[in-house]
Design a protein around this ligand. Structure first.
Ligand code: HEM
Length: 398
């Protein structure tokens, strides 16, 4: 996480704005970056957010922007490099195809003889996705190797050069030298892709759900802005260490994860032995789905369970245990929880600090849940944003 702030700032400078009136429907699937890259674009903003009319506001697709940011954070941890924009799009397409295939019911699962005929071309489709995934993952490993060799050559000529930052691939390739069979490229590729695929869509969707809740609850958004303004101020960008001093922002994220856990039934587990759960016998070998969604909205536990009330978590210690388990529990619990909370906190914090956010139109944001292995918004969130006048000098300096 040391380079996290560099990454956020780096991302901010590379993002571009699209000025437009409300977008055509297809725009929901475009990568719409959040922050402007050039001061020229800045000058097109009205001097006072209050004086702006709807026509001059910028409409952004929140999830595509968040997705690019999160993919770059995880890629930096995995390979020491941010993810190029075209790779983000390719990776997103591969992940979405994989999630759709994993979430789909295939007739041949129930009628195995259909497999002989490759009914519905399922096998061919899955083989295509697997090859794309393989090629993408191998390219990440190969490019790392190339960069590493170049770095070694430079270091041989220049003894003052600093040692490379630790990365997941770097550590695994070192293990490969001493134990090539246990750490074959296939293993390294799979670890990298698992981290990228498990962490990107989940974190980006959480940012999207949180922003949707804030747009429908302007009072909460105002309180979050006030907290950030008083703790961080307006003369610099929010940084990772600030998160520890922003309890209300943390409450917003926790409350978002309570209402919209990205894996509403966790992932399927199997009982390894006979056991009892709440008076029910669960036989060994039974597939177990944990209904986290209902548990986190259980009226016997939560007051006004369907309402967005971040204040309920004031002073509450959330560690994934008890009734809150958006990251699962036990040995197979999400290992990325800490990273996810920081990434979501940073993204949301900077978005609130730098921009004034509003709904597109007067109607409340549609909070319907879509279907999929992870729980997406049924209608992807489009929102209007305007740089805050108070933050203009900070943003200009990026
Ligand atoms: C808000 C964001 C995230 C949510 C809500 C989330 C949630 C989950 C859940 C519910 C599971 C399954 C737990 C179970 O089996 O019961 C899981 C597994 C996993 N997550 Fe996350 N996750 C998030 C972010 C991340 C990040 C950022 C990473 C890493 C970069 C990550 C890596 C993983 C991995 C590798 C697993 C599989 C663990 C295993 O099977 O042993 N996740 N996550």
């Amino acid at each position: 996480m040391q380079s996290f702030i560099h990454l956020v700032h780096g991302d901010l400078t590379s993002l571009r704005l699209r000025l437009s009136s409300p977008p055509p429907p297809h725009m929901a699937s475009l990568p719409s970056p959040i922050l402007p890259s050039s001061t020229t674009q800045w000058r097109r903003w009205p001097a006072h957010p209050e004086s702006s009319s709807a026509a001059s506001a910028v409409v952004v697709g929140v999830k595509p922007a968040a997705y690019g940011f999160v993919a770059s954070v995880i890629m930096s941890m995995v390979a020491g490099e941010r993810m190029a924009e075209e790779d983000v799009l390719r990776f997103k397409a591969i992940t979405e195809a994989g999630l759709a295939a994993a979430g789909a019911a295939n007739r041949q699962d129930f009628l195995p003889f259909l497999r002989l005929l490759d009914f519905g071309r399922a096998r061919r489709r899955l083989a295509g996705i697997a090859k794309e995934r393989h090629d993408f993952g191998q390219r990440i490993v190969d490019e790392y190797r190339r960069r590493h060799r170049r770095r070694l050559a430079v270091a041989a000529d220049d003894s003052s050069s600093s040692p490379p930052r630790r990365t997941v691939i770097g550590d695994l390739l070192r293990q490969q030298e001493s134990s090539p069979e246990s750490y074959a490229d296939e293993v390294i590729r799979t670890v990298c892709l698992s981290l990228l695929q498990a962490g990107t869509d989940t974190s980006a969707s959480t940012i999207e759900w949180a922003m949707a809740l804030l747009l429908n609850n302007p009072d909460v958004l105002r309180k979050a802005t006030d907290e950030i303004d008083s703790v961080v101020g307006m003369s610099r960008l929010l940084q990772e260490p600030d998160l520890a001093n922003l309890p209300y922002l943390r409450c917003i994220i926790t409350e978002t994860l309570r209402l919209y856990p990205l894996a509403p039934h966790l992932v399927p587990h199997e009982a390894s032995r006979d056991c009892m759960v709440a008076g029910h016998v669960i036989a060994r070998g039974t597939m177990v789905l944990v209904d986290v969604y209902s548990m986190q909205r259980d009226p016997r536990v939560w007051e006004d369970p369907d309402k967005f009330i971040p204040e309920r978590f004031k002073g509450f210690k959330v560690d994934g245990s008890g009734w809150m388990m958006p990251f699962g529990m036990g040995r197979r619990k999400c290992p990325g929880e800490g990273l996810a909370l920081r990434t979501v906190g940073m993204a949301l914090g900077v978005m609130i600090q730098c921009f004034q956010w509003e709904r597109v139109g007067k109607k409340k944001v549609d909070m319907s849940e879509g279907s999929g292995l992870t729980m997406p918004m049924a209608v992807p969130l489009m929102a209007m944003c305007l740089p805050r006048v108070e933050m203009e000098s900070v943003l200009k300096s990026l």
